[in-house]
Ligand binder design. Sequence first.
Ligand SMILES: Cc1cc2nc3c(=O)[nH]c(=O)nc-3n(C[C@H](O)[C@H](O)[C@H](O)COP(=O)(O)OP(=O)(O)OC[C@H]3O[C@@H](n4cnc5c(N)ncnc54)[C@H](O)[C@@H]3O)c2cc1C
Length: 386
Amino acid sequence: MAWALTPLTEEQREIQRVARDFAMHEIAPHSAKWDRDAYFDPSLVEKLGALGFLGMLLPEEYGGLGLDTLTYLVALEEIATVDASVAVMLSVHNSLPTQMILRWGTAEQKKRFLEPMARGEMLGAFALSEPEAGSDAASLRTQAVRDGGDWILNGTKAWVSSGTKGDVILAMARTDTPDDRRGARGISAFIITPELPGYSVGKKEDKMGLRASPTVQLHFSDMRVPGNRLLGQPGSGFIYAMQSLDNGRLGIAAQAIGIAEAALRYAASYAAERKQFGKPIKEFQAIQFKLADMAMRVASARALLHMSATAKDRGEHMTQFSAMTKLLASETAMAVTTQAIQIFGGYGYVKDYPVERLFRDAKVTEIYEGTSEIQRIVIARELYSH
Ligand SMILES: Cc1cc2nc3c(=O)[nH]c(=O)nc-3n(C[C@H](O)[C@H](O)[C@H](O)COP(=O)(O)OP(=O)(O)OC[C@H]3O[C@@H](n4cnc5c(N)ncnc54)[C@H](O)[C@@H]3O)c2cc1C
């Protein structure tokens, strides 16, 4: 049973139950096949929108549920326990593009995009990375040039989650000029929609895990973007992206904890059924100790996540908390899924049981929204920043 740092309120338990029911009925029966076929089911967006789950953090005036961060993360963990691919779609949409438009968008941008996004009529994506700019995202090269009241964008964005279906893509591009390079302060954020001339979806990645989440390249070729699609101030796009990732990383931590929780449950029940040497393997102390360590790790990561969620809602500076939470949760997911496979023995290494998928899905949580190395850099830097 999932354990919370503070007892969940009645409303939080209700949202958790709705998420669990949805995951069990609408996702669980299909997850193995979606993973095998690398298939993204677009009807999920509609169904999750109808449930309100695509506007979990948006205020009610924009059609959202107006949930606090903890409630949102509790729901996200429930979905991730069943399918990490669906969870990342939810996490990106709720934590990044919707929040960026809410925080820095004009009244017109909010009106145009937030309600359809909350209803699931438009799915959000976030395009910061490029083929040559990953951890060093500020070195991105996609260039935006003024042309009258419009902008002309050229470049390639890489690794865009939900990119095949993305209806509203928050894309970062340079607005400084070759003669006046301004580093991170030369980057702006744009609200991109697929009907813009010059927009195209490129290569879809054939991934190890998270296979039901389409990850693609996006090409912008002389793409004409109306001036009213610039988000906030020119030159502030990288700062917006970094501040948003403080929130996004909590979503990825919830995803990682969901994966770890699922692996723990599968391993515990398998250990009770599987017999060797005439008794269930859970009777062996070696297996008990593994399960104990797994349970301890999941509980620790969840405790830090819940602490971070409440700190965020108190308005605290989140950079270090978010990095620590994402780092602990993703390393927990990797450690716990590895031990789950060990407990399953040979059966853990084949696709007949779900722990193999959980192991593959866990790995990416140590890579995206900042690798574990980058999280350690952020944590250490914050130690000296105040
Ligand atoms: C499935 C998936 C989905 C993704 N979704 C999105 C998305 O929706 N939007 C988006 O913008 N991006 C997305 N990404 C991109 C992701 O954020 C990057 O992959 C990540 O930031 C790492 O960049 P990179 O892959 O270029 O690795 P690199 O930056 O090339 O890193 C390679 C290795 O070097 C290490 N390294 C790099 N710099 C340092 C340093 N200074 N000190 C120590 N070690 C260092 C890294 O930690 C890593 O181990 C996604 C990636 C994946 C795999």
